[in-house]
Design a protein around this ligand. Structure first.
Ligand code: HEM
Length: 221
């Protein structure tokens, strides 16, 4: 209990927790993307996969609870650290050019909050099915038809692709910097961890975005 309290209070501890929760969320994103790519194998395979997940029963609820707790903790710490950093330097830098940071690192809180908005929309869209009447009218269990119907709208697909760009920018910096927060950023690890962020970011962007694009182009129907 005391250790937990100390982790939250110290900014190094908070950064470590950010890194651990960030790593777990990245793991979820990669697994979710791989699962979504089964769409290319056709409706039977994708619906069987979606059905397999639903039949995990209590284990699924345990995983959902863990995912939600991880996400809430990550967002809470991000807001807390941003507020503390602002309070430590109330006057912004006079010259942006003097800040040795990439655009991806300076916009972490913005791309992160975009993800929060996206996840709320995404759950309303596909999990709670309250965004579109076409989706709520579909037979339960037809996850394939749900994704195809959802992405048949260019506006919805455009929004998803924009959100994937924000997620990609977030991971580009986040994945590389989490090793530093965990104290694993040693001399010869640098070249690997520096490249890992951009590599994961590109895989996630192209993997996810290919789906709305494939639906719009009629390759998935
Ligand atoms: C092209 C992009 C994506 C597609 C096609 C997609 C598809 C889906 C589908 C079909 C579901 C299941 C809905 C259900 O039957 O209950 C789902 C759930 C979910 N997705 Fe995505 N997704 C995409 C991107 C993302 C991204 C980028 C994230 C996170 C950053 C995300 C987070 C989630 C979460 C948290 C759930 C709820 C899981 C659960 O109900 O246990 N998705 N998604």
């Amino acid at each position: 209990m005391k250790l937990c309290h100390r982790l939250f209070q110290s900014s190094v501890g908070a950064k470590m927790l950010m890194a651990i929760t960030g790593l777990m969320l990245t793991g979820f994103v990669l697994v979710h993307m791989s699962g979504n790519l089964i769409l290319y194998a056709g409706p039977e395979k994708f619906n069987a996969y979606a059905h397999g997940i639903k039949s995990l029963g209590a284990l699924l609820w345990l995983m959902r609870g863990g995912l939600l707790a991880t996400f809430v903790l990550h967002v809470y710490l991000a807001i807390k650290l941003t507020i503390e950093n602002k309070a430590a330097r109330p006057v912004p830098y006079a010259y942006e050019a003097t800040i040795q940071a990439t655009a991806a690192s300076r916009f972490m809180i913005h791309t992160g909050l975009m993800m929060l908005v996206f996840v709320i929309y995404h759950l309303a869209h596909y999990t709670f099915k309250i965004v579109s009447p076409e989706i709520s009218a579909l037979a339960p269990g037809d996850a394939y038809a749900m994704v195809v119907t959802g992405f048949s709208s260019p506006a919805v697909s455009g929004f998803y692709i924009l959100a994937m760009a924000a997620l990609s920018a977030h991971l580009r910096h986040g994945v590389s910097s989490l090793f530093q927060s965990l104290g694993l950023y040693h001399g010869n690890l640098n070249p690997i961890t520096e490249k890992l962020g951009p590599i994961v970011a590109s895989i996630v962007f192209f993997g996810f975005s290919s789906i709305p694009l494939a639906v719009l182009m009629g390759a998935i129907k």
